[in-house]
Design a protein around this ligand. Structure first.
Ligand SMILES: Cc1cc2nc3c(=O)[nH]c(=O)nc-3n(C[C@H](O)[C@H](O)[C@H](O)COP(=O)(O)O)c2cc1C
Length: 183
């Protein structure tokens, strides 16, 4: 980890769009940022930590009690190191847990411990996205200063058509860079 580089801590959650996180990480790296990936356990069903480790040259954090030996109290050190915390894709589950203040895994715990700007890119089935519970969670998180990149409308992996597809990689990277530059 190069201490002079700006650091993006990137949360990846268990949705079908997790593969797109690889491209986001790769672009952020090419722009010169240090990127550390924190995955939920469910995210590892979609993409392996090895892929992100190779793309970032950093260890990937998954388990709260894993021993990586890089940071003293890992989630706190990582939360402090972040210049930006980006979660892409963010599941309905993650958004709900964050809004409820639940910190039961490495990702939710680290997000709660950070003072960096947090940018969340949701991706889910249209009915899940439009569910009033999800919409309420998003509104409440926005009111607390969390920022969102709205998902797009289109054909989703499940075959449904509607809002819920992860925003374009370019859009997410642009918003991330804007926040990193304004810090
Ligand atoms: C094939 C498959 C695709 C899924 N895609 C999504 C998705 O795009 N968005 C979402 O919110 N949940 C999706 N889920 C459900 C989540 O994996 C589930 O809610 C899980 O608890 C999320 O855990 P996490 O938030 O800790 O990663 C999917 C599940 C499966 C089996």
């Amino acid at each position: 980890m190069n201490k002079n580089q700006k650091c993006v801590v990137m949360g990846v959650t268990g949705g079908i769009a997790a593969y797109k996180a690889c491209e986001i990480v790769s672009r952020l790296k090419k722009l010169g940022y240090d990127v550390v990936v924190v995955m939920t356990k469910n995210a590892t069903e979609f993409v392996t930590p090895l892929t992100f480790e190779t793309l970032t040259n950093n260890p990937v954090c998954v388990g709260m009690f894993d021993r990586i030996q890089t940071w003293e109290v890992e989630h706190i050190a990582l939360a402090k190191r972040a210049d930006l915390f980006l979660i892409a894709p963010a599941t309905a589950n993650f958004i709900g847990k964050l809004n409820a203040g639940i910190a039961d895994d490495m990702l939710t715990t680290t997000v709660m411990a950070t003072r960096a700007p947090v940018l969340i890119a949701p991706a889910m089935n249209t009915n899940m996205y439009e569910n009033p519970v999800t919409q309420r969670n998003i509104r409440q998180l926005e009111a607390q200063g969390y920022q969102f990149v709205e998902p797009e409308s289109g054909r989703l992996a499940c075959g449904d058509v509607g809002r819920g597809r992860l925003a374009q990689v370019e859009t997410i990277v642009e918003r991330a860079v804007e926040l990193l530059c304004s810090k």
